[in-house]
Ligand binder design. Structure first.
Ligand code: HEC
Length: 321
């Protein structure tokens, strides 16, 4: 009984192809299943290089393990060189292989055209959809309806904040047993509102100011959860992860960053991150993540409200106004 046995030369070729296929196709496909994102997560080029180098080293060790293995491996190569698979095939291989290798070497060594770094445009607006330009942050000026609803909820002590902070507030409420849930936010306008509720004389102005404090509080909480690692507590682009990037996270307190753009542009920028920027924003690609999937529109607007507030800046006013 003879066992099916594949020649060592072809097993080496097939192993390399299979491992390349796993790294290039299977890992991204599996990562997509696991993360449920609408796109596959590709393996970075340097990692592909490391995996493939390790594969080649392992195969080299295997082939050179014994004279017998070595002989089997070089068999087909020797056969090809001797013209055993027809002379025409040999001629094709001897022409194509040097051409492919030569082209690769040429491609790697030929000087590439690179933009000087100073030409990088930080706020490329060429593919910035114009409909974003006139967008307004709905939390800057709350509508009357929203303020009225808030007054009612505040009177009934039935305020609910975003779920991301509610847990902490519930723990706090259990520990301190407060008269009113809003005591969690010790800001002047909120204190004033609580006093007015006590006296049953709530003014719209006070309620509006208190509501603004709440929006800012929620925005700061969302900022701390999502943006702080890069942009830092002080919004100066000095978060714990900031040093890891060649293109540092933006310092929002700097003149010439978020102050020079309309808030609709900031909103679009936070939505699409570095991957959404056009080619003018190269040669270094920004590590700024895309937030359109993991944050809702409302959450992004609240963060932007807090971001401008923390940086003590105001957005640029659109030309149309
Ligand atoms: C992984 C790090 C990282 C995280 C997390 C991150 N950013 Fe960024 N962000 C960057 C980098 C790097 C830049 C610089 C891009 C540039 O110069 O074009 C940037 C740029 C920006 C800009 C553009 C500013 C301008 O003037 O054009 C805004 C706005 C911004 N980030 C907001 C946010 C918000 C809001 C969050 C949280 C929801 C966030 N970022 C989270 C890395 C990050």
């Amino acid at each position: 009984m003879s066992k099916f046995k594949i020649n060592r030369f072809w097993s080496v070729v097939i192993t390399i192809l299979v491992i390349y296929g796993i790294v290039k196709l299977v890992i991204p496909a599996v990562s997509r299943e696991i993360t449920a994102l609408p796109f596959p997560l590709t393996v970075p080029g340097t990692l592909v290089f490391i995996y493939m180098t390790l594969t080649v080293v392992a195969l080299f060790l295997l082939v050179t393990f014994s004279d017998e293995f070595m002989k089997e491996f070089v068999g087909p190569i020797r056969g090809m060189l001797r013209g055993e698979y027809t002379k025409a095939f040999r001629a094709v291989v001897l022409v194509v292989v040097p051409l492919v290798i030569g082209w690769q070497v040429y491609d790697i060594t030929v000087p590439k055209i690179q933009l000087p770094s100073s030409l990088r445009i930080q706020h490329p607006s060429s593919n910035f959809p114009k409909k974003f330009e006139s967008l307004k942050n709905p939390f800057t000026q709350p509508t009357d309806a929203r303020v009225d609803a808030f007054i009612k909820q505040a009177k009934d002590n039935e305020i609910t904040l975003i779920p991301q902070v509610m847990k902490d507030i519930e723990v706090w409420a259990e520990e301190t047993d407060p008269d009113h849930m809003l005591q969690f936010l010790p800001f002047e306008p909120v204190k004033k509102l609580l006093a007015e509720i006590e006296a049953d004389k709530v003014s719209k102005e006070t309620a509006k100011a208190a509501l603004h404090e709440i929006d800012l509080f929620e925005g700061r909480a969302l900022y701390a959860m999502n943006c702080r690692p890069c942009h830092g507590d002080s919004v100066a682009g000095d978060g714990p992860m900031a040093d890891g990037f060649k293109l540092r996270p933006i310092n929002f307190t700097d003149n010439g960053t978020i102050e020079t753009i309309v808030e609709g542009y900031t909103f679009w920028r936070v939505m699409n991150g570095g991957p959404g920027l056009p080619t003018e924003a190269t040669p270094w690609d920004s590590a700024m993540p895309e937030w359109k999937i993991s944050l809702t529109d409302e959450e992004r607007w609240k963060i932007i409200l807090a971001e401008y507030d923390l940086a003590e800046k105001t957005p640029r006013i659109p030309e149309s106004e």
